[in-house]
Design a protein around this ligand. Structure first.
Ligand code: FES
Length: 153
């Protein structure tokens, strides 16, 4: 009788582990949370700078709340988070989570990943809470005629 107890425990642990894996996969399998960077480089976990075409308008500065962020689409079709930490000062980051590539969402002065809960600082792209370990990739932007435009000013 007692010899079966370790086997049963092992089976339970294996089944539990499979369930956790399935839950993680299903969270990422929902297409509504996927970033397009899952199928292209750079690797979202690399923290590399997101590619962008210089001189492309991303959004109107007026559409980016002071102390907040607007997530928009970059010239390459990938999501970009444009933040305005202080009036007239803009910074932008790839909105592709560096953990597994889901698209982060703006939440006041933070960017939150809906897939596994990573949180990034909107003004710097730095990781506040994992599981992501790398910051969001920086996208150079500047303000031109009231518009947020890609590239150095
Ligand atoms: S993809 Fe896992 S926390 Fe963002």
């Amino acid at each position: 009788m007692t010899s079966q107890q370790p086997t049963s425990r092992r089976r339970l642990l294996a089944a539990g582990g499979a369930g956790i894996g399935a839950a993680a996969l299903s969270a990422c399998a929902d297409g509504s949370y996927q970033g397009s960077a899952l199928t292209s480089s750079p690797d979202p976990s690399s923290g590399e700078q997101a590619p962008s075409r210089s001189g492309t308008e991303l959004t109107a500065l007026a559409d980016v709340p002071v102390g907040g962020t607007t997530v928009t689409t970059g010239p390459d079709g990938k999501p970009i988070a444009v933040s305005q930490p202080r009036q007239g000062e803009v910074v932008a980051f790839s909105a592709v989570c560096t953990h597994m590539g889901c698209t982060v969402r703006a939440d006041d002065d933070q960017l939150r990943c809906p897939c596994h809960g990573s949180v990034f600082e909107a003004g710097s792209g730095d990781v506040v809470t994992g599981p992501a370990k790398q910051p969001l990739g920086t996208v150079p932007v500047h303000v031109e005629g009231g518009k947020v435009v890609t590239g150095e000013g």
